[in-house]
Design a protein around this ligand. Sequence first.
Ligand code: CP
Length: 304
Amino acid sequence: MRSLIDIQELSTEEIDELIATAKDIIANPVKYREKCRGKKLATLFYEPSTRTRLSFEAAMYELGGNVLGFASSDNSSASKGESVADTVRVVSGYADIIAMRHPKEGAPLVASMHSLVPVINAGDGGHNHPTQTLADLLTINREKGRFSDLTIGMCGDLKFGRTVHSLIGAMSRYDNVKFVLISPDELKLPGYIKQETLDRKNIEYTETRSLEEAIPSLDILYMTRVQKERFFNEDDYIRLKDTYILNEAKLLKAKKDLSILHPLPRVNEISVEIDKDPRACYFEQTLNGKYMRMALILKLLGVE
Ligand code: CP
């Protein structure tokens, strides 16, 4: 039995295999309609979500399976003080696979240690979000046709942005990938990711506060939201929340084939006028998330 807690647990070959399956699902959806007949997915979400929870649920329904779970810790016995370990031990008797989101880093890992069925990390605090990364990878693959020879700008909250942390981990395995880390000083990428991933693998990266200066060199721009829920001090959030707003004027100096990604939800960081720009990929990215979650469910359940 295998869980997915961190994107680094997947080999490059396995990522390729998941992408191939997702593309086959896109091309031949009918073939997959009964693959999970009789199987149940439990979605245990202790933190708000729209895309991740609903795309997991849509994924399981489109595979012919069923879904149970809760969308908020207030609606579960966590509100009475039940531990993650006990909840998962119980739910793994009701479901064949579990997707868990939790505000505490490491909670899905703890869950996987007490579960009788595979556990998928659907986002843990400011740590990791591996299935968002699978959505990002399919989007990059479909947009660029490659993972190597790319300059990727990561912009916004690089400190708490779990999607950023997971995507850097995944993309660092490919040849000639460079990162431009664009953030205010207060929201820079954590040192442990620079040391353990970028420095250890000799990945070229630069840090800047200026989106305008960075944008001309980028093949991919990964925008992120400044996350109110991760701040201890509301004044800091208010000061930093609108640091970066991507608009038409800023895109004037960008490459014609730039791909703009964002895990969503967005607040102000991408102006809605950009949505009609052919370089905007973020809504396709949400659909790609559903297909990659379908592929992952099949893999972890061992369905051919
Ligand atoms: N990208 C993402 O995780 O979105 P949700 O918070 O809506 O699930």
